[in-house]
Design a binder for this molecule. Structure first.
Ligand code: IVH
Length: 796
């Protein structure tokens, strides 16, 4: 494309398409283009702009990138001050607010705009002639800080307004926040980084800290988003006459407005909204700390005016605090299933967000040191969503005299084995393994949970008893329990507790319980590879990683003998996780437990060939590169592989030969030093052999069209009669499908069960294919095996 006009046209077309995609994603929440397509268009535009710098516009979608760092933030005077809201904490206070509004306006049951109160950072965005020119923090309300460069990196903030009719000057106010998913993902990355990245305390601090970065390139890495909820200065144009219409207008101009915003009549309507949003709170994708009620009529807002620094026309109705103050009565150590020793604060009971909290996690010894939490301290505890309550900080003013800094005990409180902390590890562990009743109980408990092997009715107390009386030492022992064993155990436990069952009825109850449990254990034998891997309780392997391992390798036989570097072939599995998985399978005891599980009838119903996507990672240079040999980069690994195409050469070649082949002397020396370790030589042999085994197990290229539902997006809705939601999801995923939560144009088909609701309507509206349960079952194959390719063609 050399014609300058054609190039300019193409750049303009790409910009329009990308802006539209951003709008659909961030504002309408209804993306119409695949991520990969978006990336491709973005790269094309970047390339065009790089080749033709004269075509770059300041608000091109490529400009959501971090600019160079600055030394400080310039002050910005807000033309209209950024005020705050008065708070209500009870229904009575809301009714009081409504009554005053009614009296002042002389009308009944006013209409309110009702909105979530977002827990982020208030900012003001200034648009002139539709272009984003400046963004500022709230500061003291009169003057804030210029954080324009940071705000430009947030993709949800349009650099240019859409449509037409915007005023010449338009200041949009709203909240920058960090979505929970982004926050979790960030912290997972931070934990895996081994200290390079710092974990964030909560999404709010995450948002605030990110905006206060002097280097916008740092901000650009953070997952931030934005919701508009108010206006500042407006000049040279007209706006709608109500707040709710104004928000709709902002949405049309391309600004994200929270979809939970609504209107309500009177205090009654407001309180209903409060209850409705409160019920959804834990499941929302972002943090909120209440709701806000605003008189909807803007002229009425003007008449009501302000008292001091808060408007009379709005009030924030706060949810019960998720942070509370209480006293630490003791600091215990809890032993988890992998032996991890977690310091836990025992607290004077306190209500946090409507739940009584008596324990809070302190995560690990470093955290206790960092916070300097001591027995007797008064602390702030936080409970957010359904996560375990945690200690946020100590209130130093309230520390009593004569306290002592806490230290991790040297021995396990349960089994007495030494507690050890490996070099560079954050967690200390009990070294007792199977000797340790706590580890045994926790690992069996985890094994039995619903999302693992799903053994109904096996509570923690029974597991403890089964361990205590010697029936279950390892998870595989569950599958050799007999009815008599269970009844025996029950009798012994009753005798120990002095609760001898005297009546015939109690005996019957016990028999029923034992029969049910045996049946549940039996049912759990039929499972999937992903569930099985998750159930093993490998440290660092959660459900998502277990699924990824199952999808990529397909077979337990391959996975259980893989040397650790090859686990890194799975996207998102880093060095640390890969080593943890390798270490688990390297233990003889664990291999033995797996053998026993299989011998006792555990049946992985969904084994398949490894993913053809592995192919690229199995050649010799890739295998060498993943061994983490010092100085051996990917490029040098290629040189090394070319010099030493056979394992024998790799093990024997001397410095002269390596250097002659083009390796820098220090790299050759690093290789020789690494190779000198017997453990490394073994790892090299194992990795090369395992790569060859994997290569052989790959499906041949013709079949590599792979899984029947590869690349398909499916949505489940309603209740299925024969499968739980999780089972249906797992079966579809095993066939390569992506199971999504909401219906869009990208959805390939919707499986609708009994009482399907809005998702079914949406599917009909968009003309997405709809399957009933019978069709799904036919597709999955009555015997649970993958369907033939004809079925596949049938559903496109
Ligand atoms: S309106 C004049 N709406 O709450 C009032 N504020 O205490 C302008 N906030 O600084 C604010 N969600 O950071 C408004 N839906 C919402 C809000 C909201 C969160 C925050 C904002 C403001 C503080 C006021």
């Amino acid at each position: 494309m050399n014609d300058p006009a054609a190039v300019a046209d193409r750049a303009a077309a790409l910009r329009a398409r990308l802006e539209d995609a951003n709008y659909r994603y961030h504002v309408l929440d209804d993306p119409d283009i695949a991520d990969s397509e978006y990336d491709r268009l973005m790269r094309e535009l970047e390339a065009l702009e790089a080749a033709h710098p004269e075509l770059v516009t300041p608000d091109s979608p490529t400009r959501h990138v971090g600019a160079a760092p600055s030394r400080e933030f310039a002050p910005v005077r807000h033309p209209i001050p950024m005020l705050s809201l008065a708070n209500a904490f009870s229904a009575a206070e809301v009714e009081d607010f409504e009554r005053k509004v009614e009296e002042r306006l002389g009308l009944r049951d006013p209409l309110f705009s009702v909105e979530p109160k977002f827990d982020g950072l208030a900012i003001s965005l200034r648009y002139e002639d539709g272009h984003f020119v400046q963004g500022a923090t709230r500061g003291d309300g009169e003057r804030g800080e210029d954080v324009t460069a940071n705000l430009r990196t947030i993709k949800a903030i349009p650099l240019r307004l859409r449509g037409r009719g915007w005023p010449r000057v338009l200041e949009v106010r709203g909240e920058v926040y960090m979505p929970r998913a982004g926050f979790e993902a960030w912290n997972e990355r931070a934990r895996a980084s081994g200290g390079t990245l710092k974990p964030l305390a909560n999404p709010r601090n995450g948002a605030a800290g990110s905006l206060r970065q002097l280097d916008p390139r740092v901000t650009a890495q953070r997952p931030l988003a934005f919701f508009a909820y108010a206006l500042g200065e407006v000049a040279g144009g007209a706006l709608p006459r109500s707040h709710s219409a104004m928000l709709r207008q902002l949405r049309e101009w391309g600004l994200p407005v929270c979809p939970l915003v609504a209107t309500a009549h009177g205090a009654g309507g407001c309180l209903d909204y409060y209850a409705r949003i409160g019920a959804q709170r834990d499941g929302l994708p972002f943090d909120i700390d209440g709701v806000v009620y605003k008189v909807d009529d803007l002229a009425a807002q003007d008449r009501l005016g302000f008292v001091g620094r808060t408007p009379r026309w709005a009030i924030a109705h706060k949810f019960p605090a998720q942070e509370q103050q209480t006293r630490v009565e003791a600091i215990d150590v809890q032993i988890g299933r992998t032996g991890a020793a977690t310091p836990t604060a025992r607290l004077a009971p306190v209500q946090v967000g409507g739940v009584t909290v008596t324990n809070a996690t302190l995560h690990n010894a470093d955290q206790v040191t960092r916070l300097d939490v001591r027995v007797g301290d008064t602390v702030i505890v936080r409970r957010a969503g359904d996560v375990i309550p945690e200690v946020v900080r100590v209130v130093p003013e309230l520390r009593p005299a004569h306290t002592h800094a806490w230290r991790m005990p040297s021995h396990c409180p349960i089994c007495g084995s030494a507690i050890v902390r490996e070099e560079g590890e954050a967690v200390a562990r009990c070294s007792g393994e199977l000797v340790c009743a706590a580890q045994r109980t926790q690992s069996v408990f985890h094994f039995a949970t619903r999302r693992a092997m799903d053994i109904d009715g096996l509570g923690e107390r029974y597991i403890e008893d089964l361990g205590e009386f010697g029936y279950v030492r390892a998870v595989s022992d569950l599958y050799k329990l007999s009815l008599d064993d269970l009844l025996d155990m029950k009798r012994r436990a009753d005798a120990r507790d002095g609760t001898t069952p005297e009546t015939v009825k109690a005996g019957k109850v016990a028999t029923k319980w034992a029969e049910n449990l045996i049946e549940a254990i039996d049912r759990s034998r039929r499972t999937t590879l992903a569930r099985f891997l998750y159930a093993l309780g490998i440290s660092q392997v959660g459900e998502a990683t277990a699924k990824a391992l199952a999808n990529w390798f397909g077979q337990l036989a391959l996975i259980r003998h893989l040397p650790w570097p090859l686990f890194k072939l799975v996207p998102d599995v880093g060095s640390e996780v890969a080593r943890a998985i390798g270490a688990f399978f390297a233990q003889r005891g664990n291999q033995q437990v797996i053998d026993e599980l299989l011998a006792r009838g555990v049946d992985l119903g969904d084994l398949h060939a490894p993913s053809p996507k592995l192919r690229g990672g199995l050649d010799l240079p890739s295998v060498l590169a993943c061994l983490e040999v010092p100085r051996l980069t990917a490029v040098r690994a290629q040189v090394l592989a070319a010099a030493c195409p056979q394992l024998h050469d790799l093990l024997e070649a001397d410095q002269h030969r390596l250097v002659a082949a083009g390796l820098p002397v220090e790299v050759a020396d690093a290789w020789l030093a690494w190779r000198a370790e017997p453990a490394h030589r073994q790892l090299l042999r194992d990795a090369v052999a395992a790569a060859a085994r994997l290569q052989q197990a790959l499906p041949d290229v013709a079949a590599a069209a792979s899984l029947p539902l590869d690349g398909r997006t499916v949505v489940l809705t309603g209740t299925l009669a024969t499968l739980t939601r999780d089972e249906a999801k797992a079966r579809l995923e095993a066939l390569g499908a992506k199971v999504a939560g909401s219906v869009s144009k990208k959805t390939d088909f919707v499986v609708a069960g009994e009482a399907a609701g809005s998702k079914l309507d949406k599917a009909r509206e968009l003309g997405v294919a709809i399957w009933d349960e019978a069709r799904l079952l036919a597709f999955l194959g009555a015997d649970g095996t993958a369907p033939s390719r004809d079925h596949d063609d049938d559903q496109t």
